[in-house]
Design a binder for this molecule. Structure first.
Ligand SMILES: Cc1cc2nc3c(=O)[nH]c(=O)nc-3n(C[C@H](O)[C@H](O)[C@H](O)COP(=O)(O)OP(=O)(O)OC[C@H]3O[C@@H](n4cnc5c(N)ncnc54)[C@H](O)[C@@H]3O)c2cc1C
Length: 387
């Protein structure tokens, strides 16, 4: 997992903090898993029973795939639905191939398919099939849909040609890398080659965009972030990598508008310098504008990487009884991952907000355990009723 897990912030960071010693857990994990695959130690999935009950999983990201594996081993019939044409969620179409090789994801999804898990790809639940239909087909459902509504840039010119959403940009690049059709890339719209690129945001998505732009042959790549380096949400390891590759970071800077050419296409970002003011309720210092400090950065490809919000799932799924939390994600019990609807569970980013793969995997495991308990109770009840 050295590939994408930010061990420097998690386990390795914790050990340094507590003992002052460094342990390269990420490299050890990567060595063990790579060796296991190379040596053929990774065994095929063999269900322990045939329980005659079926589970429907919406979303083939790490949360959905993990739950699928555990439930299949227990003996359930498992079907995964995903709106994309490939399984893997953000592991396949979000995170770039230079951080996570796509073969690593595909050998895992292949193992699941070989183990009898059915993948229904290109199926958008809510559009192509109703949640109510899935509830008729399956004995229990897991919602593992991630968060995909990109936050927009509330400035003039933000809709101009040449301004792109981070995930559209990364999906096009990943599709190209996988040898699939990528019209946005082919047309040049989502290709950074020869362009001055400005990425707005300071999270891991922004870091992936700047490093992708460098690899595509951008003329210049600048990352604009309204707080300073110490207060950015992205991994410091990724910032160091990006700097080494030639990315310029404009810390304490925020966009005021996108400046356009006569044709209407983006040509620059007008930005303002910021400073960190008083701390807000969360203890984080709020950035505030420094009056009269505006300046311009050339940018004919401007990428918005400002984070993601959940889609309105009760509306999309036609299930008003599906309770949501205060930021619009699915409300689930933190231990059992059960939602407000009996038999429906949820896991991953759609529950906790844009987060990390390790959390999606952990919640996928927790949800699978609870779904198994729920379905076992149903089997017992059915057996008693049949006596
Ligand atoms: C650019 C980027 C870089 C990242 N880098 C890292 C990193 O380096 N390390 C790390 O740990 N984390 C990283 N993350 C975060 C990590 O990818 C997510 O936390 C994780 O993938 C969440 O897993 P998930 O299964 O909840 O959702 P996702 O991976 O988002 O998968 C959800 C799946 O559900 C499908 N879906 C959604 N709605 C529907 C529907 N209505 N019908 C059918 N299918 C649907 C989607 O197509 C998708 O395949 C990154 C995220 C991004 C965006």
């Amino acid at each position: 997992m050295r590939r994408i897990c930010p061990q420097d912030r998690l386990c390795e960071g914790g050990i340094i903090e507590q003992s002052g010693r460094t342990v390269t857990i990420g490299s050890v994990e990567r060595y063990i898993t790579d060796t296991a695959w190379q040596e053929g130690w990774v065994q095929p999935i063999k269900p322990r029973a045939n329980l005659g009950q079926s589970v429907g999983i919406i979303g083939a990201g790490p949360a959905g795939l993990t739950a699928a594996e555990y439930l299949r081993i227990k003996g359930y019939d498992v079907t995964i639905y995903d709106r994309h044409d490939r399984a893997g969620g953000l592991l396949i179409y979000g995170i770039p191939g230079f951080k996570l090789e796509k073969e690593v994801v595909e050998r895992r999804t292949q193992r699941l398919a070989d183990g009898g898990i059915e993948f229904k790809l290109g199926v958008d639940v809510g559009q192509d099939i109703k949640l109510s239909e899935l509830r008729q087909k399956h004995d229990s459902i897991l919602i593992a849909t991630g968060v995909y509504r990109a936050r927009e840039l509330p400035v003039d010119g933000a809709d101009a040609p040449g301004v792109a959403r981070a995930l559209d940009y990364l999906i096009a690049s990943n599709r190209k890398g996988l040898g699939l059709d990528a019209p946005g890339f082919e047309s040049g719209e989502l290709n950074a080659e020869g362009k001055n690129v400005v990425v707005i945001g300071g999270g891991d998505t922004a870091m992936d965009c700047v490093r992708t732009a460098v690899r595509q042959g951008a003329k210049s790549v600048t990352c604009l972030y309204r707080r300073d380096r110490a207060n950015m949400p992205g991994s410091q390891r990724e910032v160091a990598n990006a700097e080494e590759e030639g990315v310029k970071f404009d810390w304490l800077a925020a966009p005021k508008s996108v400046v356009v050419k006569k044709s209407g296409a983006a040509k620059a970002v007008r930005a303002t310098r910021m400073r960190l003011g008083v701390a807000d309720a969360s203890g984080r210092q709020a950035p505030e504008e420094i009056p009269g400090s505006e300046y311009e950065i050339k940018g004919d490809l401007v990428i918005k990487a400002l984070g993601f919000d959940p889609e309105d799932l009760p509306e999309l799924f036609g299930e008003p009884n599906l309770a949501v939390n205060r930021w619009g994600g699915v409300k689930a019990d933190p231990i059992t991952m059960a939602t407000s609807i009996d038999g429906i569970f949820a896991a991953g980013d759609i529950v906790r907000g844009a987060s990390l793969v390790v959390w999606a995997i952990k919640e996928g495991q927790d949800a699978a355990k609870s779904m198994d308990e729920f379905l076992a109770t149903r089997r017992k009840r059915a057996a008693i009723a049949a006596e």
